[in-house]
Design a binder for this molecule. Structure first.
Ligand code: ATP
Ligand code: MG
Length: 359
């Protein structure tokens, strides 16, 4: 049966980079390589301009009935003055919540072609291939009680609660172990159980699940501060890093700087097995370069590859797309963020040819 994919191009460079993924999707579908049914809907500021809301109930319904949702990016200065509920970003949070995507997959992967590039500011690590599995809907960002209160002595107090239940930990740990089996078979679970109770429980639950169902996967534990240091010192030691919402936010940003440009990095947010996943570049709508035709579409295309791997049951196509990206980088087809002069369109054309050769 044909798999359903919903495209939400969004705002700024979102439509420009999503159009490149759409070309690959249309190619795969018309050549009969993947059976795909494609839908597209306005999202974010574009939806607000059309419907007066950043996401409609109909779009949420379509998303829930899809196998994968591929998003561009949302937001821009023209919508930043709106009431919170009407803002593009509120539409994205609403979609994540409706889809109940609790595991955020963020690869830190360095293409060999980029490792030697002198046009990039940071020193990249050849062969780096880490996958973060970050808990996305719990922890200190969501824990109750939270707020700012005035104490009896007149002083103010800001309060957040770091809280995890064993089932919240278990379901995201399961995602990490399952994915580890498809790659290096190693999971490093990261918390700060030495000083935090939720971290202590985290380690306990992960250890228990590992013993019960995933003893074939190599499991290690690391404190978050040490992990930050190890990521900079010797990042090649990691395969899958499983961690909570807060630490995952910070640690995956550190690692992303070892891999090149923000225009290269994809992400996935997945929920219950069989439920649709939400795939998007980690970059934003980049209003400063929108409409210029110079955005790097690789993050969107690599997000499509992740959708093929985790939601559309076509890991072979995921590999072909990733190899096609590697091939054009090796050929020196680089957008401005990588120090080159190729346009988004140039990348689309050469990527399509390269994908044709990979299949
Ligand atoms: P958001 O809050 O939506 O995440 P942001 O403030 O983090 O947005 P981005 O939109 O990600 O910012 O842009 C950050 C910088 O990176 C900008 O200078 C932008 O032009 C650049 N950038 C982002 N994505 C790309 C891309 N795909 N290709 C080239 N440059 C990009
Ligand atoms: Mg950002």
């Amino acid at each position: 049966m044909a798999k359903k994919i919903l495209l939400l191009p969004g705002d700024g460079i979102g439509p420009e980079v999503t159009a490149v993924s759409r070309r690959l999707i249309d190619f795969l579908a018309t050549e009969g390589i993947v059976e795909l049914q494609v839908d597209e809907a306005p999202f974010g500021g574009a939806a607000y301009d059309l419907h007066g809301a950043p996401i409609t109930a109909a779009t949420i319904e379509t998303a829930l009935q899809s196998d994968a949702v591929l998003m561009g990016a949302v937001g821009g200065p023209q919508w930043s003055g709106l009431a919170y509920d009407l803002r593009p970003e509120a539409g994205l949070l609403k979609l994540r919540e409706a889809m109940d995507v609790y595991a955020n997959l963020r690869p830190a992967f360095c293409f060999n072609a980029l490792a030697g590039l002198s046009s990039l500011k940071t020193e990249l690590i050849a062969g780096l291939d880490i996958l973060f599995v970050r808990e996305l809907v719990g922890g200190v960002y969501f824990g109750q009680p939270r707020g700012i209160e005035t104490l009896p002595n007149g002083e103010k107090r800001g309060l957040n609660t770091h809280s995890y239940t064993s089932s919240e930990i278990r379901r995201v740990a399961r995602v990490a172990f399952d994915i580890a089996r498809t790659r290096g078979n190693r999971v490093c679970s990261v918390e700060k159980g030495n000083v935090m109770e939720a971290g202590l429980l985290w380690r306990e639950v992960v250890t228990e699940l590992h013993a019960e169902e995933y003893a074939d996967v190599e499991l290690s534990h690391m404190l978050a501060d040490n992990c930050a240091m190890q990521l900079v010192r010797a990042p090649q030691q990691f395969d899958v890093i499983l961690t909570d919402n807060l630490f995952g936010d910070i640690l995956s940003d550190i690692a992303s700087m070892l891999t090149g440009s923000i225009g290269m990095l994809p992400s996935a947010a997945i929920g219950k097995p069989g439920a649709p996943g939400l795939y998007e570049p980690i970059h934003g709508s980049a209003p400063d370069i929108a409409g210029k035709g110079i955005a790097n579409p690789c993050a969107s295309v690599l997000s499509l590859a992740m959708a093929m791997r985790y939601s559309l049951e076509r890991p072979d196509i995921a590999i072909a797309i990733e190899q096609a990206v590697g091939a054009i980088l090796t050929d020196g087809q680089l957008t401005a963020d990588l120090g080159g002069s190729a346009s988004t369109q140039d990348i689309a054309d050469t990527l399509l040819e390269a994908l044709g050769r990979e299949l």
